[in-house]
Write a protein that binds this ligand. Structure first.
Ligand code: HAM
Length: 426
């Protein structure tokens, strides 16, 4: 019987892993520069954690959640996103207060039962940040700046920031009514999903990607024309801060996000190098979510980056990531040589050098070819003669230079050769 990875999932293979590691490193470093600390939450939660926060009428909750009953009949869900999990964890562990900012970040897999296509998987990965405790517009601007900084640090340029405000519970109902009034006249022309959205959550109508709905969406009323004075002032200040920080963005008054918890600022970072699913990052403010979870009123803002989409753009942009190499390959002929090799490999690894040997009983030339494929920095060749004189040839694979080095001096020579203590990257 042949097995395949479940539909909508992908293996990240050893050749691809260095790119992922470089992305993860850049995320951790950049988030750290903005004083975010890591939080790790479980990959599953009580179903209500997601259904009550993301919104019953959203695509995520209504059709994309991996929900199952455990052996005691409790309803659990694989996390479709991490914001709700982080709110749950922050409240449960008393991390939130109104006189202190909590800044946390996460990296990890998320699960959504979506129709797989380019840029859309059922298990995908996100890196995200959440900041709790301030409604100040400068924090909105810093959050957008952080997402831009992350892409810059990864060497990516062809990206654009879309910015909008979705208002607050005071002004949203007025906008919803305006939308309903407008779309009521076009209901017959809209797609089936949109007709459902019209009844359940008219804001979602603006998010439809169907060609037949586009011309009606383009003409629809805009939230930013319906903001109450406080939300209007907040949005103006966010823009002012962004201008001051020289962060480029464009106001996209059609931008609504696929989750219901947002208030005021929302944003996405989009790439021309991606297809229909062009958002590589999405986020926004969610000032009422903590309260909705039963906590105090603690405003918050965050974003999440889709790592598969980021890896795709980086692959297309040919942004370099270091290929992992083995520093030292010990070619061996015979059991006795292998024992010496094991001893030398232990010493190498204690010094922080990566080392490997032959486990297939291959000929010397096959072992040298294997070392070449591994990108080995040096090869040390041990056969019967070498065992007798306790000394062997050390070959620099880059220059093809070879010199005789006694077993006992291998690592002093080695450090001298590459000039480090050593990781051999030159
Ligand atoms: P989201 O827009 O649903 O927001 O997801 C963020 C990013 O995750 C998207 O821009 C996209 O790059 C990636 N993504 C989403 N779904 C998939 C998928 N099926 N396959 C591949 N990539 C995908 C959130 O999840 C919010 N929790 C973000 C946030 C944090 N808002 C505030 N704080």
């Amino acid at each position: 019987m042949k097995y395949a990875a479940p539909r909508g999932t992908k293996d990240i293979l050893p050749d691809e892993a260095p790119l992922w590691q470089a992305i993860e490193r850049a995320c951790r470093e950049t988030f750290g520069l903005f004083n975010y600390r890591e939080i790790r939450t479980p990959v599953f939660e009580s179903t209500e954690v997601f259904s009550r926060s993301i919104g019953d009428s959203t695509d995520i909750v209504s059709k994309e959640m991996y929900t199952f009953a455990d052996r005691k009949g409790r309803s659990l869900t694989l996390r479709p996103e991490a914001t709700a999990s982080v709110v749950r964890a922050a409240l449960e562990n008393n991390l939130l207060s109104t006189d202190n900012l909590l800044k946390v970040y996460y990296l990890g897999p998320m699960f959504r039962y979506e129709r797989p296509q380019a840029g859309r998987q059922r298990q995908f990965h996100q890196a995200g940040v959440e900041a709790f405790g301030s409604a100040d517009p400068s924090l909105d601007a810093e959050t957008v700046q952080l997402s831009v900084k992350l892409f810059e640090n990864l060497g990516l340029k062809e990206l654009a920031v879309d910015l909008n405000s979705v208002g607050c519970p005071e002004c949203q109902p007025v906008f919803r009514e305006a939308l309903k009034k407008y779309f009521a006249a076009h209901l017959a022309e809209l797609c089936d999903d949109c007709r459902q959205r019209f009844a359940a959550n008219p804001l979602r109508l603006l998010d439809c990607k169907e060609a037949r709905c586009q011309k009606y969406i383009e003409q629809a009323p805009a939230m930013i024309d319906h903001l109450d004075p406080e939300c209007q002032a907040h949005f103006a200040k966010v823009r002012g801060w962004l201008d001051g920080l020289k962060v480029k963005y464009r106001v996209n008054d059609r931008l609504v996000r696929g989750l219901d918890y947002y208030t005021r600022t929302v944003f996405e970072v989009v790439s021309k190098q991606l297809g229909a699913q062009n958002a590589v990052c999405g986020g926004g403010r969610y000032d009422n979510l903590v309260k909705q979870f039963g906590g105090k009123s603690v405003p918050a803002i965050g974003f999440a980056v889709g790592l598969e989409r980021l890896a795709e753009i980086m692959g297309k942009s040919k942004v370099k990531s270091q290929k992992s190499k083995v520093d030292l390959f010990i070619a061996v002929l015979g059991e006795q040589a292998k024992k010496v090799a094991f001893d030398l490999m232990s010493q190498a690894r204690d010094l922080g050098l990566s080392a490997d040997t032959d486990f297939l009983g291959r000929s010397l030339s096959a072992q040298l070819k294997a070392a070449d494929r591994l990108g080995a920095g040096y090869v040390y060749i041990i056969g019967d003669d070498e065992l007798a004189k306790r000394s062997a040839a050390l070959k620099n694979m880059k220059t093809a230079e070879q010199k005789e080095v006694p077993f006992a001096e291998l690592f002093t020579q080695f450090a001298g050769e590459c000039g480090k203590g050593c990781s051999c990257e030159e």
